[in-house]
Ligand binder design. Sequence first.
Ligand SMILES: Cc1cc2nc3c(=O)[nH]c(=O)nc-3n(C[C@H](O)[C@H](O)[C@H](O)COP(=O)(O)O)c2cc1C
Length: 406
Amino acid sequence: MPAPDLSLSTTVGPLRLKNPFLLASGPPSASGDQIRHAFRLGWAGAVTKTMVPDSMEVRDVSPRFAAWKGPGAGLLGFENIELLSHHDEAYWVREIAAVRQEFPDHALIASIMASPDPAEWQALAGTMQDAGADAVELNVSCPHGMPECGAGAAMGQHPEIVRDVTRAVRLVTRVPLIVKLTPNVTDIVPVAEAAVAGGADILAAINTVQCLMGIDLDTLEPLPAVAGAGTYGGYSGPAVKPIGLRVISQIAQKLPVPLMGIGGISRWQDAAEYIAAGASAVQVCTEVMWGGAGIIRDMNTGLSGYLAQKHFADTGALRGCALPRIGTHAALSRDTVSFATAGFLDRCIACGRCVTACRDGGYNAVSLENRQVVIDRTRCDGCGLCSQVCPEGVIVMQERRRGHGR
Ligand SMILES: Cc1cc2nc3c(=O)[nH]c(=O)nc-3n(C[C@H](O)[C@H](O)[C@H](O)COP(=O)(O)O)c2cc1C
């Protein structure tokens, strides 16, 4: 067995992890056997699929997924209208106890949800803690199905409800308490503050973003369609990473609470970005559904190589490094301006996208002469659109101090 890579080990509040990667609550953590499989492959921890009290019925529909795919069938965004665990409390008590014994150095976290009655949350949290869960994660953030019953995001959108349910569970739990937040709010900070005021040790964000994936223009059915009809679901996968990064960094700027970043993590680079934005660890769901739990190998090796290359002793040294650079729009420099330059002309394929974009969406500063990009600096406003649309990386932006020539 290879020696553990100490640079990857991390602590998230009271939790110690051998690397920063956990399975997020969802289909990949829906059974004890899937969690065992992931632990064997190298995941440091897992948050179980959210379990509910036996009194709460879970009746899923099928199908319940819709994917937005890019060229080569690569996943861009994913919608689900799935509900919660199909297993009863007794199943999870058995599996948590067994997995805990088999994998004592992995973090096994019980995700729970109940009706708005705090006593139900307390009972379920107590049961899973007694079964051996290393931590309990409160799901007050599922955006579909459950809010219609007053649970999930219907609770997580109200700071005072988040504070009260967290406080109630805190009263009965010794193990670390994680609150998983919904991005479906106008301002995440008051909700994060409420969870901390209620006694949360760690915050996890984000759960899925409420969405409608699409309309089938042949049948006019919404996607996914269940016997011809649809509903709003939860958006995940690569498309939501910018929202997750925004949420994590906003919380990290305001509160000293340990954070787990979630949302659109499909490569080690995404995880490194979440850590630089303030997360101590990350959770992954959709990419495991799409690519299998084996992605952990590349995630661990890639992150470890990056830390070494950049001379970060460990993930803790990278944590929050980008935060001082994320501020208000007003604070951004007006002394520096950028301008476009055709930096790598040998790569230009004369596709003309930059010309069209700058003509119709910019400042008419780009033209093609002899099938090569030419930029009129007297017209260029430095917006950067041409460099964004260029498929070959021909156009690069350069900075200069305002007033120092064009
Ligand atoms: C099919 C599916 C089922 C999910 N079920 C749960 C769940 O039971 N409890 C929960 O807290 N989050 C659930 N999630 C949300 C994920 O844990 C995660 O917060 C979200 O998908 C964003 O991360 P990702 O882009 O890595 O998937 C689910 C996500 C998907 C795609």
